[in-house]
Design a protein around this ligand. Structure first.
Ligand code: IPE
Ligand code: IPE
Ligand code: MG
Length: 249
């Protein structure tokens, strides 16, 4: 066990260092089912899911993957029972407060994307603080999508651009992909190369709709709290076998 963990601290030798994804995005799904299988309340799955994310972030650093984005809460997740939603909001706040120091020592730059103004004020404050304190860090670029919806993001960008046109600051002909990207929450973050979804569901669930245009999609049946470096290794192996053509031949 110890030997295996030690080996996995370094990039597995069968992976090509020059062909790693720059940016990995994850849909962390299956927390509820993980808990249910154990006869535990769903929230225990969320709690365990935090450890998985922490290790994946560290793994990205260890293996030389510069950017990681995690889907933590969707605009549709408000439709869950109030006590689960409240637990998640409190969990996010608690984890952020607890992990900030370590993110500083590990040189992580954290950024949140989504409609943050609708989150509880105390969580917003913690988010602001973590983004501000880590803004000059140069290590892993860690993005957390919270109260995030891809459709909402696109509509919000359209509104901003329409306002610029209305104010006469730009002409409709000036609207192109690069200008549009500039108005997305993820402005400045390169598009994901690899999307991993756990728990076997074959859907995007409103995640990074624009940005995912050419992402390689990898779905595993493993539930998020069980997803570890061995599973990440498998995902990267699969990624390295893909032929990314981007529409060419
Ligand atoms: C993903 O796990 C975590 C969040 C959406 C916050 P789920 O809570 O969706 O777990 P399942 O899909 O019900 O098992
Ligand atoms: C996607 O998972 C959202 C997050 C992981 C935060 P869901 O569990 O909400 O997605 P659906 O309902 O299976 O599509
Ligand atoms: Mg789910």
């Amino acid at each position: 066990m110890t030997v295996q963990l030690k080996v996995l601290q370094e990039l597995p030798s069968d992976l090509d260092r020059n062909c790693l994804p720059f940016h990995v995005a994850v849909i962390m799904d299956g927390n509820g089912r993980w808990a249910k299988h154990r006869g535990l309340p769903r929230i225990m799955g969320h709690q365990r899911g935090v450890d998985t994310l922490k290790d994946l972030l560290r793994c990205c650093r260890d293996w030389g993957i510069p950017a990681l984005t995690a889907y933590a809460f969707s605009t549709e997740n408000w439709g869950r029972p109030l006590e689960e939603v409240e637990f998640l909001m409190t969990l996010f706040e608690r984890v952020l407060r607890r992990e900030l120091k370590e993110m500083m020592t590990e040189n992580v730059k954290i950024r949140f994307v989504g409609n943050l103004s609708a989150l509880p004020v105390s969580l917003q404050e913690e988010i602001e603080r973590s983004m501000d304190e880590t803004k000059n860090n140069t290590g892993t670029q860690f993005t957390v999508a919270t109260n995030y919806g891809g459709r909402q993001e696109i509509i919000q960008a359209c509104r901003e651009i329409a306002t610029l046109v209305q104010q006469g600051k730009i002409n409709p002909e000036d609207i192109n992909e690069s200008l549009f990207e500039h108005h997305l929450y993820t402005s400045g973050i390169p598009h994901p190369d690899l999307l991993i979804r756990t728990s076997g569901e074959m859907r995007l669930s409103n995640f990074l709709l624009w940005q995912m245009a050419y992402a390689e999609i990898y779905v595993t049946h493993t539930l998020w709290p069980d997803f570890d470096r061995k599973h990440f290794h498998l995902a990267l192996q699969a990624y390295q076998k893909r032929d990314r053509r981007f529409g060419k031949i």
